[in-house]
Design a protein around this ligand. Sequence first.
Ligand code: 13P
Length: 251
Amino acid sequence: MRKWIVAGNWKMHNNIAESIALAKAIKEGASDFKGGTIVLAPPFTALFSVSEAIKGSNVLLAAQNMYYEDKGAFTGEISPVMLKDIGCSYVIIGHSERRKYFHEQDNDVNLKVKKALTVGLTPIMCVGETDEEREKGVTQDVVDKQVRQGLSSVDKIDDVVIAYEPVWAIGTGKVATPAQAQDVHAFIRGILKDLYGSTANDIRILYGGSVTKDNIGDLIAMEDIDGALVGGASLKADGFLGIIENISGKK
Ligand code: 13P
């Protein structure tokens, strides 16, 4: 039985004071919701403060990216060991903004997923097609390649979370319909079954892209949607808690 996850990706928003205030407000509200997993991914500069703010609560910490080495001369990068040290248990990998602006390739995503698993971080591996790719009818080809290459030689699949985030739905207010999202989630689960057999039934696949407390109810009702990766609506406690409220108890 798969349990829900709601993860808030704050992207490049919130200074330290704002991050602490938001984390505390979410922590207070989140104590009502059991049975699933609540994750916050603040910017690197606020990880330590948020880690302290959520200590002892049911809210977990994620980073938005990492490098795939433990340490060394990699100026500007952050290692997964450092993320563990600061209190992270999750890490977002291969977000479409990293693919688009920082030219991350499936091979980088794969190295990061494997490295995260070796240090005990749960990777949230993001996949999804652009508007142009959907128009061309190649959504399945794109997602198939991203999933298979991202998971190449990954055996600890039960510790991986996948996020389907259609690029055209991110930050646009143009959410995928529940049927559109379910189609791709079921397709991804099919790939996972091909790669990992029945274990695929235990892997959580999150939807991301313009999720709000008003549209999450219909999305979470879909068989293969196990939670949400939330951007804009995770920046206000009431909006984020509203999403959790509408998911919790449904899965
Ligand atoms: P929005 O919820 O702002 O569309 O962002 C989604 C996202 O990119 C989460 O990682």
